[in-house]
Structure formats: structure tokens, C-alpha cells
Write a protein that binds this ligand. Sequence first.
Ligand code: ADP
Length: 396
Amino acid sequence: MNSDILVLNSGSSSIKFGLYDGDDEGLPLLGHGQIEGLGAAVRLRAVDHNGAPVVDKALGEGLDHGQAMALLVAWGREREMAREIAAVGHRVVHGGTRFKAAVRVDTAVLAELEQLNPLAPLHQPHNLAGIRTLAELEPALPQVACFDTAFHHKLPPLSQRFALPREYFDAGIRRYGFHGLSYEYIAETLPEVVGRAVAAGRIIVAHLGNGASLCALRGGQSIDTTMGFTALDGLPMGTRCGSLDPGVVLYLQDAFGMSRAEVTDLLYHRSGLLGVSGISNDMRKLLASDLPSAREAIALYTYRINREIGALTATLNGLDALVFTAGIGERAAPIRARVCELAAWLGVRFDAAANEQHAPRISTKDSAVSVWVIPTNEERMIARHTHNVLNERTAT
Ligand code: ADP
């Protein structure tokens, strides 16, 4: 009997999924895909481990998470007659102060996680909707929540604090950090790519996707990161503003008469690359555009990355390596080139040819700080955590 691990990442308009062979310690990927267009024209696409198409079909109009998940389960049952899913691992953005590692979800855990919805209003409710729907469809199936915050739970005390009175910190208003599953994957992959000595040193990882953040690693542990209490902080992102003087939020409400919902929409959906360019949140479109506003958006993006690299280098007391990852970090050579150019003050010597090829190492041999491109794999990390949680349970 196979005992596969299904990984689910439920977002606002899509459910991404991957199936891993749980009988093999290496957890090889069997296939992956997504349901996209939730709320509109919903499609199911999947490919096998070689990238060969397995399915690409319309599921219907206006389906919500629950309906789409039910169709996914039905499709899975039809196809995978001979295989058994042992557990489902979910990406959950916020674990709050309590959840410092992946956890098996029961009704009590789910209720606690729901209380964290206001801390990640755009992600957490969708993540949890996936768990709730599956619990109704398949009550006996073990479900494991894997948190974006967990990797940062040992942040040093000063990295966790806002300069607010202590009682607010005690009430959970603190810096948590996100993209932890990505940083954990990179931290584990680093020794084989950059060598043990460098991997144990002072490293900044730049996770540049639709969401974007930087993480300062020392000895493979997160010691600071640019995202804080919510996934709004730090770098400008596709549609999110990044760090903002908190006075702006007050002013928008007072002087512009904006409601809480309108401010939320502005900061989460209408800012960042989209807001500055007025064109798109898609870096490919901005790079292809000649419009001054597109150039300005890219210039601000890279300026802010350089500024945050400076801040984290100060925290680390120097820098040994810089790593780019996620959609933009892995594929947008001109963005990496500009960030490296701006980081020349750190002793970064950039290898333009290697950068064009997205080579693992994009700095020259004499560069004081080595620079790398390492593809991230959050789904694999979720599969691993889920496998571990399941085996701990089975063992006791
Ligand atoms: P998510 O955070 O949703 O997982 P990704 O890590 O897939 O997002 O990153 C999405 C971003 O990567 C988008 O801004 C997209 O434009 C950008 N991107 C993807 N491919 C390329 C490419 N070839 N060149 C430039 N940018 C790219």
C-alpha cells in the first residue's frame, strides 16, 4: 500500500497541490498542479513528475474553495485507485506565538488558528478554508498545518520587538516573520550549493516572489527578517506597499476619510509594483515596458532591496553570501543585476554571463560576498514536515 503525502497551498484565487511518495524517505514528487480562477472560470491543471500533462480541464464557473476541493478529491479518487493518501500537509501563513512547528490539526487547533485570521487577512482564511473543507469531506484523513512563521520562532528578542509598551508585545503584537518554509528549504540546501563553511556564516536570502522579504541567516538560523507582524512589512511587493510610516495609515483615515477596509485594500492590493507603475504587478511586464512609471517601480524596488540588505548586513555584522530565490529572484536576471550593482559597496563583484544563465553562482571568484541563485521549494518542505509529524504520531 502506498502512503502518499498530498501538499495543499490554498490561496485567494487558487489551490496549488503536489503529491509526494511517502514510502520513500526522499519523498519523490509524483505530480503537481493547481486549481485556478476560483470565484470565476475555474480550471484544474496537473502534470506528472516529468512535467507531462495529466489533466487540463474546466471545472465550472464561480466555484468556491469548498466546491473546487470536492471536485479535486473526486478527481483524485478516480485517478489514484491504487494509491492511498496518508496525510495532507497545508501551508498556513500564521502560527502566532503558540505554533512553533508543524502540527496535526484537530478542531481545537483549527479554532486557535482561526483566531489569527486578522493577522493575515489575505492568506490565513483561505489556508484554513482548505483544511476545514477537507475535514468535512475526509474526516479520517490526518491534516498537518505547516507555518510560514515557524522558522523565525527563535528570532533574537530585539528582532521580535516593536518599540511599543510591553503589554502589546505580550498580546502578540510582535515581529513574527514570514516565508519561513522557503527560508528553511534554502537553509537546508545551502551547504551542498555554497559549501559548509559559507553556509554556516552570515547570509541574506532574498525571497522575491509576489510577496517579497529578506532573511538574515547565521549558522542556518533566522536572526532577522524584513516582514514583521503581517506580510505587509519590509520590501515593496507585487501589490503590497512594504514598510510605511505608520503615520500614513492614520492620515489616510483622517484626511482622506478612508475606511479600514479601504486602507486595507490600498495597502494589500493597490500598492507595490502595481501601485507605483500603474501597469502591473508582474515583473515580466514591467521589465518589458518603456514607460517611465514602470522604470520607477523597478528602481524603487531595487533601491529598497539594497537598503534592507544594508540593514540586515548591520544586524549580521558583515555578510558572506547573498542568495536570490522565488519567481523574481530565480528568473529576473535584470533585477539581480541591479541589486548586485547597488551592493558593490559590500564588495559584491558580479558575473554578468553567469547571471544571464541563472547559474547557481553569479559572483566572480574574487567577490568579497558570494552571490547565488537557488530555486526554493516550499511544497517539498511541507511534505517533509507532514511526513515527520505523521511518523511521530504513528511511533507513539
Ligand atoms: P508567489 O509568491 O505567488 O509564489 P512567485 O514566486 O511565482 O510568486 O513569483 C511571482 C513573480 O515572479 C511575479 O512578479 C512574476 O512576474 C515573476 N516572474 C516569474 N517569471 C519571471 C521571469 N521569467 N522574469 C521576470 N519575472 C518573473
